[in-house]
Write a protein that binds this ligand. Sequence first.
Ligand SMILES: NC(=O)c1ccc[n+]([C@@H]2O[C@H](COP(=O)([O-])OP(=O)(O)OC[C@H]3O[C@@H](n4cnc5c(N)ncnc54)[C@H](OP(=O)(O)O)[C@@H]3O)[C@@H](O)[C@H]2O)c1
Length: 179
Amino acid sequence: MNYLPDVTSSASIQSVVLHTATNHDFLDVLISNAGITSLAQPLLSQLHETFETNTFGPAVLIEAMAGLLQKSREARVIFVSSELGSIGKRVDRNYMFGAIDAMVSKAALNMLAVCFAKSSESWETPAKIWCYDPGLVKNREKLGARSSEAGGQGLVPIVEGQRDCDTRKLVNDSGTLLW
Ligand SMILES: NC(=O)c1ccc[n+]([C@@H]2O[C@H](COP(=O)([O-])OP(=O)(O)OC[C@H]3O[C@@H](n4cnc5c(N)ncnc54)[C@H](OP(=O)(O)O)[C@@H]3O)[C@@H](O)[C@H]2O)c1
């Protein structure tokens, strides 16, 4: 069985949730990493394609996993986002320009994360959430990117509880970023 769902497929997500629920009583950590950019044209098609993976997929996944997360004594949910989703950065005229579908879908993902954190306040133990920017990783080597492994390492302290002071924030390895 493939434990990694295709987040654009509700059936695939449901299959993974069913498997997880069959084998485990609760879920402590959920990392939503899937992310793409699209070259589709026109813009509406590009946004549709990217939102399916970057935003709608994580929304369906988190909703489907909520029951198992709620049973954890300390649920942690990490949404792998991007600095490109920071509206605060975007209004800075000197800030780099990224692909519009990435920027818009990650900004929406950030809001989704905060909304999920808010909704989990009704749980006995609310979920801790973070939006995490791994920085430039492997597919941007020409810009001095680091490896995927190095980018993923930043998730470890979050999972281990060393960044609980930064919950409900957009974070990178150095600190926190503007929403
Ligand atoms: N690259 C950067 O510089 C950068 C910067 C900031 C943020 N990020 C974010 O970091 C995350 C990882 O990006 P990356 O650069 O490592 O990209 P990548 O090498 O292209 O990897 C994308 C990942 O998303 C998965 N994925 C794509 N579509 C999916 C779907 N429908 N369902 C489930 N998984 C799917 C891929 O799985 P498969 O391998 O199975 O296709 C792959 O593991 C993304 O959320 C991205 O937005 C990247």
